[in-house]
Design a binder for this molecule. Structure first.
Ligand code: NAG
Ligand code: NAG
Ligand code: NAG
Ligand code: NAG
Length: 318
C-alpha cells in the first residue's frame, strides 16, 4: 500500500524538479560557465532522482574541495610495525604530532629483512602521489642480523647492497622526499648478540655515507640523513666506554629487541629532533594545517544551513 501511495508523489517531484532545472538553465542561458554545465548537464541527471543533491550542485562546483594532504611514510620491520601497537609507540606519536598536517602511513612488516623489503617498497609507494611525499623513514636490519640458522638472516655484505637498493628505490619513487635512515638499534635476542648489532649498525651508517658522498647522487646531500639509534638512547655515548655493560640497554627494550615505552619515547623525540635540525620546514608546527581549526575559528552555525559559507570556511580561507 505504502509504495503505491509514494510512487505518484515521487514522479511528481521528479517532473517538477526537472522542469525547474530546465528553467534554471534557460534563465542562466550562455552565462553558465563550462564547468557548471558539465557537472550538472551529464546523463547523471536522468539517472538520479535525488533532489536535495541536484539543486545545490551548480554553485558547489565553484569551490574547490580537495584536501591535498602531504604524506610521511614510516617503512621497516616490526620495530616500525609495533610503533603503532600501543599508545605511546613512536609511530603513534608521529601520527598524533602530524595530525591535520600530513598523513602518516605506517608500513612496518614484522620478521622482514632488507631482502624482502626491497621488493615491497616500490609497489607501496606507487599509489601515493609522489610529489606529496615529504618524508620517509627506514628502519631495517634487526632481522637481517639474526643468526644464519634463521630464514630472516641476511649476510652483512648483502645487507649493504639491499639497504642501498631500498634507499635508491625510495628516492626514485618520491624524488622530492627527505629520507631518514635509522640504524638497527642495540638489540639482543635469542639469535643474535650485541656484536652483531654493532656490525649492522656500522654497515647502515657506511651505506648512507657512501650515497651521500657519491657525486652522481647530488640529491642525497640535502635529502638523505641517518639517525643513529644508539646515540638516541645514549646521547652521551656511554656505550663506547670501557666497562659498559650491555644490560644497560635494557630500559629501552621490552624483550631485548622491541622498544619499551621509554625506548619508543626516546626514538620519537630523536626523530623529531633530527627533523628539526635537518629539515626544519618539516616540523609539524611549520607545516600548513589542511582544514581550519574549528576550536579557534568556529564555522557557520549548522542551524543556518548555509552550505556555501560553510564550504568557503572549510576550503577557501586556508
Ligand atoms: C528513484 O526513486 C525510486 C523510489 O522513489 C527508487 O526506486 C529508484 O531506485 C530511484 N532511482 C535512482 C536512480 O536513485
Ligand atoms: C539524497 O542525497 C542526500 C545528500 O547526498 C542524502 O543525504 C539522501 O539520503 C539522499 N536521498 C535519497 C532518497 O537517495
Ligand atoms: C610534536 O612534537 C614536538 C616535540 O615533542 C612538540 O614540541 C610539539 O608540540 C608536538 N606537536 C604536536 C601537534 O603534537
Ligand atoms: C654512484 O652513483 C652512480 C649512479 O647511481 C652509480 O652508478 C655508481 O656506482 C655510484 N658509485 C658508488 C661508489 O657507489
Amino acid at each position: 500500500m505504502e509504495s503505491s501511495k509514494l510512487k505518484p508523489n515521487a514522479t511528481t517531484v521528479i517532473c517538477f524538479f526537472l522542469c525547474c532545472l530546465n528553467l534554471f538553465f534557460l534563465f542562466r542561458g550562455t552565462s553558465c560557465d563550462a564547468q557548471i554545465m558539465t557537472s550538472t548537464g551529464g546523463p547523471s541527471l536522468v539517472e538520479t532522482n535525488n533532489t536535495s543533491m541536484r539543486i545545490e550542485e551548480p554553485v558547489v562546483t565553484k569551490i574547490k574541495n580537495n584536501l591535498e594532504y602531504d604524506y610521511i611514510v614510516l617503512f621497516g620491520d616490526s620495530l616500525t610495525e609495533k610503533g603503532v601497537n600501543a599508545m605511546g609507540g613512536w609511530g603513534q606519536r608521529m601520527i598524533q604530532n602530524y595530525s591535520r598536517k600530513a598523513i602518516v602511513l605506517v608500513h612496518g612488516f614484522g620478521f622482514y629483512n632488507s631482502y624482502w623489503l626491497k621488493f615491497v617498497i616500490e609497489p607501496l609507494l606507487r599509489d601515493i602521489p609522489s610529489h606529496r611525499v615529504k618524508l620517509m623513514t627506514l628502519l631495517v636490519g634487526t632481522n637481517d642480523l639474526s643468526s644464519e640458522t634463521m630464514p630472516q638472516h641476511v649476510p652483512l655484505e648483502k645487507y649493504y647492497q639491499y639497504l642501498e637498493e631500498i634507499i635508491l628505490t625510495m628516492h626514485t619513487s618520491a624524488p622530492q622526499s627527505r629520507i631518514l635512515v635509522m640504524t638497527p638499534p642495540p638489540s639482543r635476542g635469542k639469535a643474535h648478540t650485541i656484536e652483531d648489532s654493532i656490525l649492522y649498525r656500522d654497515a647502515c651508517l657506511e651505506t648512507v655515507a657512501k650515497i651521500r658522498k657519491n657525486v652522481s647522487q647530488p640529491w642525497a646531500k640535502k635529502q638523505l640523513q641517518t639517525l643513529n639509534t644508539w646515540d638516541v638512547f645514549m646521547p652521551e655515548k656511554r656505550y663506547k666506554l670501557p666497562g659498559f655493560q650491555t644490560k644497560e640497554w635494557n630500559p629501552f627494550f621490552s624483550d631485548g629487541i622491541h622498544f619499551s615505552e621509554l625506548g619508543n619515547e626516546r626514538l620519537f623525540t630523536g626523530v623529531i629532533q633530527k627533523i628539526h635540525e635537518t629539515w626544519p620546514e618539516l616540523i609539524s608546527k611549520r607545516m600548513k594545517s589542511i582544514v581550519v581549526d574549528a576550536g579557534l575559528l568556529p564555522g557557520p552555525a549548522a542551524l543556518e544551513e548555509n552550505d556555501e559559507a560553510t564550504k568557503w570556511w572549510l576550503f577557501e580561507r586556508m
